[in-house]
Design a protein. Structure first.
Length: 258
């Protein structure tokens, strides 16, 4: 005769576990750092808060986690809502948590990341092709959102969002340096100059044109389309990405996730 094995927990153990779970529960926010090239500069999409806390301050798009929805699904839904795009590169960036700390007298010595309470933020990073950047500023609905160049960010931002943006920029530069992610900022057909500008704008450095040509053309990373485009009165050849693995740097730059 077969007997089903059922795990039974003592009632007091279950209640204690539930009480511990309730006490340990902490609100979670999902924040999204979306980047593009706007006005030929690496820029991040920010919205201006209308509600407390931080009314009038610029912040990353985001909100508290919705129960019953995975973090990834909520981040993708948020991405679609603020960009109007149904797809695109997006990945989880990092978890940010800084609870308020007080001294023995009760004075705050380290402010929390959210004045409303102890809130954990799970940040995501995404990019939008530069050709579609302008339409994103209209996709926010009633929320006022704008592209801000990362070189000229507001000195003060809501919550710890300046810290999140700074970290996301370092992560993006590292990833673009050793992978082909930079091609997603371009249209399907582009000139060599446009491709080089993407890497220079994201990495924040000047690249020798001859060396860049050898890395992307001679290695077969891009191929000619047979088409041309007029650029400042001159004919420029158009290329497309061959989907070949590519990294401008020979190896990762040493950026360590922390």
């Amino acid at each position: 005769m077969k007997h089903e094995m059922v795990e039974h927990l003592p009632r007091h153990g279950a209640s204690e576990a539930q009480a511990a779970l309730d006490a340990a529960s902490c609100p979670v926010a999902v924040d999204l750092a979306v980047f593009t090239l706007a006005g030929r500069e690496l820029s991040v999409l920010l919205n201006q808060r209308r509600e407390s806390p931080y009314p009038g301050f610029w912040a990353l798009p985001g909100g508290l986690h919705r129960p019953g929805t995975s973090l990834d699904d909520q981040a993708r839904s948020l991405h679609q809502g603020i960009t109007g795009l149904e797809s695109g590169w997006i990945e989880q960036l990092k978890t940010f948590h800084r609870p308020q700390q007080t001294d023995r007298s009760g004075q705050v010595v380290v402010p929390g990341r959210d004045p409303r309470g102890d809130v954990i933020a799970v940040a995501y990073i995404a990019i939008v092709p530069s050709a579609q950047a302008e339409s994103c500023t209209d996709a926010g609905g009633e929320t006022h959102q704008e592209w801000h160049p990362v070189r000229r960010l507001p000195v003060q931002m809501a919550f710890d969002h300046r810290e999140i943006v700074d970290y996301a920029v370092r992560r993006l530069r590292s990833k673009v340096g050793y992978s082909s992610l930079g091609f997603q900022l371009l249209p399907s057909e582009f000139t060599i100059s446009e491709l080089q500008h993407v890497y220079e704008a994201v990495l924040g450095l000047s690249i020798n044109r001859g060396n860049f040509w050898r890395k992307v053309v001679d290695r077969g990373v891009i191929e000619p389309t047979g088409k041309e485009r007029s650029v400042r009165g001159k004919r420029a050849y158009l290329f497309r990405f061959t989907q070949q693995a590519f990294g401008l740097r020979e190896e990762p730059d040493g950026f360590i996730e922390a």
